[in-house]
Design a protein around this ligand. Structure first.
Ligand SMILES: Cc1cc2nc3c(=O)[nH]c(=O)nc-3n(C[C@H](O)[C@H](O)[C@H](O)COP(=O)(O)OP(=O)(O)OC[C@H]3O[C@@H](n4cnc5c(N)ncnc54)[C@H](O)[C@@H]3O)c2cc1C
Length: 499
């Protein structure tokens, strides 16, 4: 007799959206009863483009990731605007705020991450509570945050962005490009301090300033000042930095408290084995930004989460749960372990500022065990620091050199050797020299957000996709930040693809 398995997913971000899509065949066939609990009132949306929404460069509808009507018609039960408050693992129930508990046979945590709020006088923020930040202070994680930022900007407000990481820089650049005057406030000598060395940092500051971002470095923030809303950032180093809004961009932390409260192991994420199982009975799973898979802390990017969702959907469909009243059925020991690795290449997306970094760029020019090459042309905003061992790139940071950077990414990810004379790489960004770059192969990554490769996009095109949207539906390429859409267009039009 067919038994219908009850699967409950807690969280409805981009990763849960992908898992639901993968489980739909089971829902349609009646073998899975799927319930999804979402604290946010909206259907899953693409967080990557929140800054664009805040500055008016993209409409909120543009971020939609799922068709709610289609999911409901297929039988998926969506509980939007409902928070899961507890999990009773012995009775296999999820408790909800303001609604009856949901019973499950298997449970998936896709609770994502929340922004890290620094300890500043005046914030008094509880890291495990959804308490509101003071008016004018926000962190760009939800659509509501994007709308709040839009409000401040619509009053021509001066927004301070606290944090010199990639998301802070991208938000500041988006604001500057839309004609606002953002101020990037951070504590190190230069933004992106973990990957950019001192000279690269100076050049980055110059490029940010040229793009319209005021940069205040070396700041030790101590508190906030408010008077019916945010008025300034108190610092030990720069007095009070006045502003009409504070965008906190100081990292994210996995949402683990619900899992911890029902006895699951947590560390920098909900701890799972290599098969994403978080409990010994293999009834509870975790993935995406909330999961520490097989000892690897979450990286806060879409690609690994989407790879995990695709694998877990296949696993849940093909390895039925133990019957509700029967003994547990652990994951077979001989099941091949999935691989969810992700690239550590960091790219500033869009906004006309080309920065790409990867790996370890430490080392001196005269080190014996590695070769360090530095090229600097501050007047033209160009900079390269490249570290190789036996000619294979181990780390690099490239600014204002997009084609050189693309070639370095290929060599770095493939682990292949570069030409002995590294200066020949720079020819790629010489407007007078049109020599062809190294062609990407089928296994090279085309879309950094989804992890989709050139081969997968090629396959989508050969299978009949005629638009970028169709390619995205087929293999997810182009559905994150959208930075690779031009390359996909070229492949659709059968034009040569630049590296
Ligand atoms: C501004 C910005 C730019 C980004 N840019 C990039 C980029 O360029 N490339 C890239 O790869 N990634 C980027 N990211 C990161 C990417 O968005 C995340 O990796 C992705 O959102 C993770 O998806 P997720 O589904 O695991 O978690 P989340 O997106 O965090 O979703 C989790 C959901 O679970 C809900 N939830 C949590 N607890 C509960 C509960 N108890 N009950 C009910 N619901 C609950 C939350 O409210 C949330 O809706 C960016 C993120 C931001 C904010």
């Amino acid at each position: 007799m067919k038994h219908t398995e009850r699967i409950v997913i807690i969280g409805f971000g981009p990763v849960a959206a992908s898992l639901i899509e993968g489980l739909l065949p089971g829902v349609s066939a009646g073998t899975i009863e799927l319930s999804v609990i979402s604290a946010e009132p909206e259907l899953a949306y693409n967080r990557v483009l929140l800054a664009e929404v805040a500055v008016g460069a993209a409409a909120a509808e543009h971020l939609n990731m799922v068709d709610g009507q289609r999911l409901r018609e297929a039988g998926v039960k969506l509980h939007l605007g409902v928070t899961a408050t507890g999990v009773d693992r012995s009775r296999r129930r999820v408790h909800l705020a303001g609604a009856a508990p949901l019973a499950y046979d298997r449970l998936v945590f896709a609770t994502g991450a929340r922004p890290v709020i620094p300890s500043l006088n005046g914030l008094n923020f509880d890291p495990h509570a959804e308490s509101a930040l003071p008016a004018g202070v926000l962190a760009l994680r939800t659509l509501q945050d994007a709308h709040d930022l839009q409000q401040i900007l619509s009053r021509r407000g001066r927004v301070l962005v606290l944090g010199g990481g990639i998301l802070g820089i991208e938000a500041a650049l988006a604001m500057a490009q839309a004609g606002h005057q953002p101020v990037l406030v951070h504590h190190g000598p230069a933004p992106l301090g973990r990957v950019v060395d001192a000279d690269g940092g100076r050049l980055l500051i110059g490029s940010l300033q040229a793009a319209g971002v005021e940069v205040v470095s070396g700041v030790k923030a101590t508190g906030i000042h408010t008077a019916q809303g945010f008025t300034g950032l108190a610092t030990d180093t720069h007095g009070i930095i006045a502003g009409d809004g504070l965008l906190i961009s100081t990292g994210v932390r996995a949402r683990t408290e619900l899992a911890a409260s029902c006895g699951l192991e947590t560390n920098r994420g909900i701890r799972t084995n290599k098969y994403l199982a978080a409990d010994t009975e293999h009834r509870v799973f975790a993935l995406g930004d909330c999961a520490e898979v097989d000892g690897h802390p979450p990286v806060g990017l879409l690609a690994p989460g989407w790879a995990q969702a695709s694998w877990l959907a296949g696993f849940l469909l093909n390895h039925r749960a133990p019957r509700p009243d029967g003994p547990s059925r652990p994951i077979p020991a001989d099941l091949p372990a999935p691989v969810f690795d992700t690239s550590d290449v960091l790219m500033l997306k869009g906004q006309g500022l080309e920065v790409t970094a990867a790996g370890d760029t430490s080392g001196g020019l005269f080190d014996q065990d590695k070769q360090v090459v530095v090229y600097a042309d501050p007047a033209n905003g160009r900079y390269l620091r490249l570290v190789t061992r036996d000619a294979v790139p181990k780390g690099f940071v490239a600014m204002g050199l997009p084609r050189t950077a693309a070639e370095l990414v290929l060599a770095y990810e493939r682990g292949t050797a570069l030409p002995k004379d590294a200066s020949t790489l720079l020819r790629l960004d010489d407007p007078a020299d049109q020599s062809p770059a190294v062609a990407p192969g089928p296994g090279d990554q085309l879309c950094r957000c989804s992890g989709a490769t050139y081969g997968e996009v090629e396959h989508a095109v050969e299978s009949g996709c005629t638009t970028v949207t169709e390619v995205g539906e087929s293999c997810r390429a182009g559905t994150g930040c959208g930075g690779c859409k031009a390359t996909i267009e070229q492949m659709l039009n059968k034009l040569p693809v630049p590296a």
